[in-house]
Design a protein around this ligand. Structure first.
Ligand code: IMP
Ligand code: MG
Length: 188
């Protein structure tokens, strides 16, 4: 994937996001995921951990599609600056508020790209002794993987595009788009 340079002429460089999944497609898939997760996770409370900020919109819809008792918590990571390629460095900028020891944890990510963020978070969660640990991502870009990480549930598999909307951003923009779209650098 080509890197997209960020500078003060961003608006001039970027065309509007090209729709990839519309609201109806996302809604149907999230509802199906909720049922799938509910059937596969052990009985009892599901301790849902959202990865801020990208997962906040997805998680809000996913927990409402989970016909189970849930507990919701969040952590925040920074793995990207203002560029679209990963630094490989994952920093926890806000940790969980609740203990996860003995809990059935569902880690909720917006997208798995290189897998570096997810690997780091899975290791961190596993060290805290959950009863079980499953991971769900709205989007999966398998062609970009640099490390092998288990992903138990994925909404959509996508090719190597940079996507925004439904919580995902480019340089903090577009998170409030109700659909998922692709952004491409305009022709120079
Ligand atoms: P990874 O560590 O390379 O798997 O990257 C994971 C994080 O990078 C995600 O949680 C996103 O925040 C961000 N990311 C990766 N690909 C995209 C994309 O296409 N759009 C928006 N954010 C992305
Ligand atoms: Mg993210």
């Amino acid at each position: 994937m080509k890197g997209l340079a960020v500078n003060h002429t961003l608006e001039e460089q970027l065309a509007p996001p090209r729709p990839l999944f519309d609201e109806q497609q996302i809604s149907a898939r999230v509802k199906a995921l909720g049922r799938e997760i509910s059937e596969k996770l052990p009985s009892g409370n599901i301790h849902v951990v959202g990865v801020l900020r990208g997962a906040f919109v997805f998680m809000a819809d996913l927990v409402r599609a989970l016909p189970r008792e849930t507990c919701c918590d969040f952590l925040a990571v920074r793995s990207y600056g203002s560029e679209t390629k990963t630094s490989g460095i994952v920093e926890i900028t806000h940790d969980l508020s609740l203990p996860i020891s003995g809990q059935h944890v569902l880690l909720v990510e917006d997208i798995v790209d290189t897998g570096l963020t997810l690997r780091h978070l899975q290791q961190l969660m596993a060290m805290r002794g959950p009863a079980s640990l499953h991971t769900c991502a709205l989007l999966n870009k398998p062609s970009r993987r640099r490390v092998d990480v288990p992903l138990d549930f994925a909404g959509f598999e996508i090719p190597d595009h940079f996507v925004v909307g439904y919580g995902l951003d480019f340089d903090q923009r577009y998170r409030n788009l109700p659909y998922i779209g692709v952004i491409e650098a305009a022709q120079a």
